[in-house]
Design a binder for this molecule. Sequence first.
Ligand code: SAM
Length: 407
Amino acid sequence: MDKACQSPGGAFNRRIKTHITGPEHRFAITVAPELAPLCLNEARSLDIPAPELSEAGLEFTGRLKDAYACNLWLRTASRVLCRLSSFRAGIAEELFYKVSQVPWELWLNPRIPIDLEARVEYSRINNEGRVVEIIHQGLDRYFGQIASFHSAEGCGPEAEKRGPVPAEPRQKILVRLIDNHCQISLDTSGAHLHQRGYRLHHSGAPIRESLAAAILLKAGWKTDTPLVDGMCGSGAFPIEAALMSRRIAPGLGRDFLFQKWPSFQEKTWEYLRRKALETSLPKTVQPIVGVDLDPGAISIARENSDRAGTGGDISWKDMDFFDFVPGKEGLRKGLVVLNPPYGVRMATAGADLYEKIGAHLRLHFKGWRYAVLAKSRLEAAALGTGRMRLWNIRHGGMNIAVAIGAV
Ligand SMILES: C[S@@+](CC[C@H](N)C(=O)[O-])C[C@H]1O[C@@H](n2cnc3c(N)ncnc32)[C@H](O)[C@@H]1O
């Protein structure tokens, strides 16, 4: 972090070790409810200590390094939060007093502006704006009291007012006041975890990278079988598949908020990254193919893939999916995924498109597994591919169904 805002050395570092990096903390992994069981499997495979399902998604007790690993490795998660403090707060004075008891300077980088978000339910302080105001006052009071501790350049949340601070990132602080019980959490991630850093452009109606990874996992795609995305757009499915196949950590190409914290353990982070690089495979096990009839989409997908480091792993085909025959490409059976154009912003795909997809699958993809996104179960049923599971998810602000089955 910024040296100017760091504290006077040894004593501060000892406090960081005693209060922040040494002890365990409670962490929450926020994730859409339908993706939570998949995320739980991912967390277990990372050796995160005893992760369990919770209202936020998942929770676990561990050290900061476990939160680093979650940010680096979880493909389906949204954010990793650190539960900072939890206390009773029946009245405004109590909330103010307890907020000003938190050792904030050990957690916050004073040069990073704060975004406070509050949720209030069944509490005597029954107004979210009031909670935000009290917490701001508590922080100002706290940093006011320890002002002499910081350099003259200006630190603390007040620094925003006193000097130039970078616009990004911002430190999200989430406050829940439920039943007069206050829980304060700090975001460790920064940008949402679906933002891996590779997709700078898209070709319309993109799917979140975390959701694309979740659909591949839910459909039971095995990395030793081929993957075809027949309507790939900007390439999220093929790129996520290539990352999975090569065991590349999804967070290797981006930064996280915890790297700006006073407690940041650079050596630990470098070790985790180095280990991730060492354990990744040089190439995918089986072919991964992205097909789209829009040449512009294919060129965007190619660029995204190059940025993700999977440029050499995916065959991009600028053609109509209905002309794509896996047998002619020498592919053995695998998973075909389709995210056809539909929805509010795109031309609506009706049952006839799904009938056509179903017919093409039955003719040329016998024995393949499929995952097809549809606006409703009506379109999914029009595939006519026999028994299927319908997985209901949220995507692009809509409820949609993913039809999963075998042809
Ligand atoms: C909803 S977008 C896919 C978005 C993609 N999953 C992403 O994350 O960017 C649908 C894509 O299907 C493509 N498409 C539509 N009909 C097609 C067809 N018959 N063959 C191949 N691609 C098609 C469109 O060009 C568009 O890029």
